[in-house]
Design a protein. Structure first.
Length: 66
Protein backbone atom coordinates (compact mmCIF):
# COMPACT_ATOMS: atom_id res chain seq x y z
CA UNK A 1 0.00 0.00 0.00
CA UNK A 2 1.18 3.52 -0.70
CA UNK A 3 1.03 4.62 2.95
CA UNK A 4 2.11 1.35 4.56
CA UNK A 5 -1.40 0.16 5.36
CA UNK A 6 -2.64 -3.41 5.23
CA UNK A 7 -6.04 -4.53 3.97
CA UNK A 8 -7.96 -6.32 6.71
CA UNK A 9 -11.47 -6.20 5.24
CA UNK A 10 -13.93 -4.36 3.05
CA UNK A 11 -16.68 -1.98 4.20
CA UNK A 12 -19.82 -1.50 2.12
CA UNK A 13 -23.40 -0.28 2.45
CA UNK A 14 -24.93 -3.57 1.23
CA UNK A 15 -23.33 -6.93 0.65
CA UNK A 16 -24.77 -10.24 -0.42
CA UNK A 17 -21.43 -11.99 0.18
CA UNK A 18 -19.32 -12.52 3.29
CA UNK A 19 -15.82 -12.41 1.82
CA UNK A 20 -13.80 -11.42 -1.25
CA UNK A 21 -10.42 -13.00 -1.96
CA UNK A 22 -10.15 -14.10 1.66
CA UNK A 23 -11.02 -10.67 3.11
CA UNK A 24 -14.17 -10.29 5.24
CA UNK A 25 -16.89 -7.97 3.94
CA UNK A 26 -18.53 -5.71 6.55
CA UNK A 27 -21.86 -4.30 5.40
CA UNK A 28 -24.34 -1.96 7.02
CA UNK A 29 -26.99 -4.15 5.42
CA UNK A 30 -26.58 -7.79 4.41
CA UNK A 31 -28.51 -10.66 2.82
CA UNK A 32 -30.54 -11.14 6.03
CA UNK A 33 -31.92 -7.59 5.68
CA UNK A 34 -33.04 -8.21 2.07
CA UNK A 35 -33.84 -11.95 1.96
CA UNK A 36 -35.39 -11.83 -1.54
CA UNK A 37 -32.32 -10.17 -3.10
CA UNK A 38 -30.51 -12.40 -5.54
CA UNK A 39 -27.33 -11.86 -7.47
CA UNK A 40 -27.35 -13.39 -10.95
CA UNK A 41 -24.85 -13.79 -13.73
CA UNK A 42 -26.37 -11.87 -16.69
CA UNK A 43 -25.72 -14.91 -18.90
CA UNK A 44 -27.54 -17.27 -16.51
CA UNK A 45 -30.34 -15.17 -15.00
CA UNK A 46 -33.61 -17.00 -14.28
CA UNK A 47 -35.65 -13.78 -14.58
CA UNK A 48 -33.99 -12.93 -17.92
CA UNK A 49 -34.62 -16.42 -19.32
CA UNK A 50 -38.28 -16.31 -18.24
CA UNK A 51 -38.78 -12.90 -19.93
CA UNK A 52 -39.43 -10.97 -16.70
CA UNK A 53 -39.18 -7.24 -17.38
CA UNK A 54 -37.29 -4.76 -15.18
CA UNK A 55 -39.39 -2.20 -13.29
CA UNK A 56 -36.53 0.17 -12.56
CA UNK A 57 -32.79 0.62 -12.35
CA UNK A 58 -31.24 1.56 -9.00
CA UNK A 59 -27.64 2.75 -8.80
CA UNK A 60 -25.52 5.53 -7.31
CA UNK A 61 -27.45 8.07 -9.40
CA UNK A 62 -30.78 7.11 -7.83
CA UNK A 63 -33.93 5.23 -8.83
CA UNK A 64 -35.13 5.36 -12.42
CA UNK A 65 -38.41 3.74 -13.40
CA UNK A 66 -38.45 2.13 -16.81
Amino acid sequence: MAYGGHITGLSVIFSNIDEVDGYPVYGVFNKNDLPEFKLSDPNDCDDCHSGKKLDAVVNSYGYQEL
